[in-house]
Design a protein around this ligand. Structure first.
Ligand SMILES: [Zn+2]
Length: 294
């Protein structure tokens, strides 16, 4: 049975792009008779608020996107992440990194295509440092292609050493890094299908690598086209007219779901619909690959 999930960060109200991901993830799992889990990614204590988590859940319920088990809160799972972090450390695959953001920008050219910085391994061979010197923890990546077949975009392959570099699994402030927590949570929850925006395509090989080291099965990844505004930018919290607070003032749930289903190629007109009514028509083959202007 497919187990899908939706994993929002409670750092603000959901916007139309978040709802698009939630709807397609829900349809993908439910159209195959699967489960759909909700995980609140409140791993960054400085940015997360319970009030946002409550609003996200209220909005999902209002939309008819119901989840199957009690939601998981990453903020309550530090002991679990510690356990798997220690497993990686014992494999000798981690080292402390003392670099500041300024160090990283000064020593490496940003990756041409999207401004990311590829970490060059600066701290990998440092002599031992004072124990109280603040450090992030990085995971050593292999110089090999890590490939997977995306359920929507087909075969993808990335050399982590060349395109990402050793990446952080625990931040300098002690917070667990996204790439560790996500793999542990998906693995322990039995998530078998990850549906999310294609902006996270490069996270997938990192997560496959961590899953391999920790012995978790590899989920199927299905990436989605992004919703973009008229200027060609990905929808974000800046587009406040498209956040759920504003949208709920002017639309019914069925109008929003129907409009998103139309954008996703699932119905010829943006006619009102409930998520259940879309199950029969759902197919990944109908969903476009190119980004979608709203
Ligand atoms: Zn460093």
């Amino acid at each position: 049975m497919i187990t899908g999930r939706f994993a929002p960060s409670p750092t603000g109200r959901m916007h139309l792009g978040n709802v698009f991901s939630a709807l397609l993830s829900w349809l993908s799992a439910k159209s195959e008779g699967g489960r759909w889990l909700l995980r609140i990614e409140d791993i960054d204590p400085a940015r997360s608020r319970q009030a946002w988590a409550d609003l996200i859940m209220a909005d999902l319920e209002w939309l008819g996107l119901t989840w199957d088990e009690a939601p998981l809160y990453q903020s309550q799972r530090s002991d679990v992440y510690q356990h798997y972090y220690d497993l990686l450390r014992r494999q000798g695959l981690t080292y402390p990194c003392y670099c500041t953001r300024a160090d990283l920008l000064a020593t490496q050219a940003p990756h041409e295509s999207d401004g990311r910085v590829v970490y060059a391994g600066t701290c990998r061979h440092l002599p031992p440092q004072p124990a109280d010197r603040p450090a992030a923890t990085r995971l050593i990546v292999p110089d090999e292609e890590i490939g997977f077949t995306d359920g929507h975009y087909g075969y993808q392959s990335v050399n982590l050493s060349r395109h990402v570099g050793d990446f952080i699994i625990r931040r300098k402030d002690g917070a667990w890094a996204y790439q560790l927590a996500v793999v542990v949570d998906d693995g322990l929850s039995g998530v078998s299908q990850v549906v999310r925006g294609r902006d996270l395509l490069l996270s997938s090989p990192q997560q496959l690598y961590v899953a391999r080291l920790l012995g978790f099965p590899q989920p199927q990844f299905i990436h989605l086209p992004l919703l973009i505004n008229a200027a060609g930018q990905r929808l974000s919290k800046r587009d406040s007219s498209l956040d759920m607070g504003a949208l709920r003032q002017h639309h019914t749930a069925a109008e929003l779901i129907g409009r998103l289903a139309h954008l996703a190629g699932l119905q010829p007109e943006p006619a009102p619909a409930t998520p259940e009514q879309l199950l029969a028509a759902f197919s990944w083959q109908r969903v476009p690959c190119a980004d979608i202007t709203v």
